[in-house]
Design a protein around this ligand. Structure first.
Ligand code: MN
Length: 323
């Protein structure tokens, strides 16, 4: 923390970024730190390679997030948030790699330890918790906008204070942020309040796709590109759908298979898939995901793979039998 503070104080132009296809923690941490360092008198650029999901666009400061960065020598420091691996940043990863000081702030157990300085706390409920500590250590006063971003990060990453990463800090920070002006009801309305009709239709298809392994311990939900096309939805609409597969009685692990694009191979039935894994925490899905080159937390992890759908399901079911 002391090293990071020294670098921030000396920094001229700081690049702050979070992982592609951002969730509430990735957006909230990014915006909160950007607003806070702005108040601290620092020149900052906020970067995310993906569009900000509609449900998080109410946060003040998201309009500052850009999808492209300038040459590496524009910035003297890069602060990477909620990003287990530098490649998760997306397109700009190779440019960021050339920035003189890379600071890695995260709570993923699978973090590769990339960068020059690491502030990784796997007991933190969200990266927003660590960003809170950093803002506090810099003695930057919280205001309603910073507080709302941090609260959104904690609210979403803890699944509304229900997931196993929900700790005392989640409540303590949330209490402090409400004292600074966070309107918990209005945040909840924005983040969880309404769904587009397309998203409800996609949910219907996703529920129909659920398969259960013979031993009843694994559920698989499959979402193809044609489902997204048919419902006019985008990948951000998948957010949270895996929880329906995870909540089924006796299920210990849920897998969401999301078809991303055609495979590079010559066989037309090969596709690139993103697989999200969730467990009731009796199974370490980060360990499972790492076998496929992915990562995450004990009860929430993921990986990408090029495969046929049938072969991929077979692999996942084999895994279930070994649970
Ligand atoms: Mn997070």
């Amino acid at each position: 923390m002391d090293q990071i503070i020294r670098h921030i104080k000396d920094g001229q132009h700081l690049l702050i970024a979070s992982h592609a296809e951002p969730d509430g923690d990735a957006v909230g941490s990014l915006v909160a730190l950007g607003l806070a360092l702005g108040k601290f008198g620092k020149k900052t650029t906020l970067y995310n390679s993906s569009p900000i999901p509609a449900v998080y666009r109410f946060l003040s400061g998201v309009e500052r997030v850009v999808r492209h960065i300038k040459k590496a020598n524009t910035y003297d420091i890069a602060i990477m948030l909620d990003c287990g691996d530098l490649v998760r940043i997306g397109e700009a990863a190779s440019t960021i790699n050339k920035i003189p000081v890379i600071i890695n702030i995260d709570h993923h157990i699978s973090n590769t330890g990339f960068g020059h300085i690491q502030l990784i706390d796997t007991t933190a409920c969200a990266t927003a918790e660590i960003v809170y500590r950093l803002i506090k250590a810099l003695e930057i006063p919280f205001d309603k906008d910073i507080a709302t971003s941090l609260y959104t990060g904690i609210l979403t990453d803890t699944g509304s204070f229900r997931f196993s990463n929900t700790n005392q800090a989640a409540f303590a920070i949330s209490k402090e942020m409400t004292e600074v002006g966070v309107d918990a009801h209005s945040v909840a309305q924005r983040v969880f309040g309404t769904y587009s009709l397309g998203r409800i239709k996609l949910l219907n298809m996703a529920l129909n796709s659920i398969e259960i392994s013979d031993n009843g311990k694994l559920s698989i939900m499959t979402i193809t590109r044609s489902m997204l096309n048919a419902t006019g939805t985008s990948p951000e609409d998948l957010d949270g759908m895996i929880n329906y597969a995870r909540r089924i009685e006796d299920v210990k692990v849920a897998a969401l298979i999301h078809e991303i694009k055609n495979g590079a191979g010559k066989f037309s039935n090969m596709n690139r898939y993103h697989v999200s894994l969730r467990s009731d925490s009796s199974v370490d899905v980060a360990a499972v995901a790492s076998k496929f080159g992915g990562g995450g937390h004990r009860s929430a992890a993921g990986f990408q793979i090029e495969s046929t759908l049938v072969a991929l399901k077979t692999k996942i079911i084999e895994l279930a039998e070994n649970l």
